[in-house]
Design a protein around this ligand. Structure first.
Ligand code: G3P
Ligand code: CA
Length: 313
């Protein structure tokens, strides 16, 4: 991709505020309430993570399973199955695997998921909040803000016969959002930890929407090197590194910009500003000292639109 393809974002020329799972520091993640609050707090984008229901509908949910953020245990007590909770090596070839009962979103129809309460785990005043569909999230965002959807676990859904990428492009098309710049008040950028998912979107589905590759810490695939970023620039036009990676390697900001790539580190939380005195100063350091293009935060109300004095960090 060339730098001339860089779009698109609503706040061109200024820093971009992405409400991570909505304003998820103040409202239950991935509910319309959290997205609405993020928009009210000035977010340039809301950020839906995507999962797929048994009947093939894209919903906004971070985990593959429902039990952390809904009351599925109480509503469907018999509908769990065993899932691997964690794996721990206890010898050179022996792994102790702890299993737990899990309620996979892909085992439930949309009609069933609509019965779940996705709010009261966060706070009683949010009781009755629902797991939204991507379509509902887009409807909320239209004409007000952008959408930054993440394909989550697309390979898992591939084994069930679903193409998350195709479903996403079809849903965006239903709202007239499947081409870059189609509705300028509602830009769309697609993100994924899966390079393959972004490649499918571009080379197989022909999507010209902006694409951001998420990079976890540690950077096992070496994306955050000059060579890695050059490879990445063939199928994406932005990177989303875990913020710790940029603390370790701030020179990567310049390398990425030289290739015409945008940078959106994650995740900035008021509850954990690390070595900074506040999340506002932490965000300011990344935005105005390191020079990233925008960031993901749970607390959009604290996003600094201009540099905030940083004496620590
Ligand atoms: O998408 C950026 C950031 O949200 C990645 O982490 O696990 O919150 O989706 P996660
Ligand atoms: Ca995400």
């Amino acid at each position: 991709m060339s730098s001339t393809q860089l779009s698109s974002t609503r706040s061109a020329g200024s820093r971009i505020l992405i409400a991570h799972r909505g304003a998820s520091g103040s409202a239950p993640e991935h509910t319309l309430e959290a997205y609405r609050l993020g928009i009210d707090q000035g977010a340039d984008f809301i950020e839906p993570d995507l999962q797929i229901t048994r009947d093939g509908v894209l919903i906004c949910l971070h985990d593959l399973t429902l039990e952390r953020t809904t009351d599925v245990r109480e509503i469907f007590p018999e509908r769990s199955r065993e899932g691997v909770e964690s794996g721990q090596m206890v010898g050179p070839r022996t792994e102790r695997r702890r299993t737990e009962r899990r309620w996979y979103a892909s085992d439930f129809t949309l009609e069933e998921i609509r019965r779940l309460d996705a709010g009261s785990w966060f706070g009683e005043r949010f009781r009755g909040a629902r797991v939204p569909t991507l379509s509902e999230a887009i409807e909320l965002a239209l004409r007000r803000t952008g959408v930054f959807p993440e394909t989550k676990g697309p390979e898992v859904y591939g084994t069930k016969g679903f193409s998350m990428e195709k479903l996403l492009v079809e849903e965006l098309a239903r709202h007239g959002l499947d081409r870059r710049g189609a509705r300028p008040a509602t830009p769309v950028t697609i993100q994924s930890f899966s390079a393959e998912s972004l490649e499918i979107l571009g080379s197989q589905l022909g999507s010209n929407l902006d694409k951001v590759l998420l990079i976890d810490s540690p950077d096992r695939d070496g994306w955050l090197t000059r060579e890695g970023l050059t490879r990445l620039s063939k199928f994406a036009n932005g990177i989303g590194p875990a913020k710790a990676l940029l603390r370790e390697k701030p020179e990567a900001v310049q390398w990425a910009h030289e290739l015409g790539l945008t940078l959106f580190p994650w995740t900035f939380r008021a509850a954990d500003p690390g070595s900074f005195p506040s999340v506002a100063t932490e965000m300011s350091y990344f935005l105005y000292d390191l020079g990233v293009d925008g960031l993901f935060t749970n607390d959009p109300g604290q996003f600094p639109r201009s540099p905030t004095s940083v004496t620590n960090g």
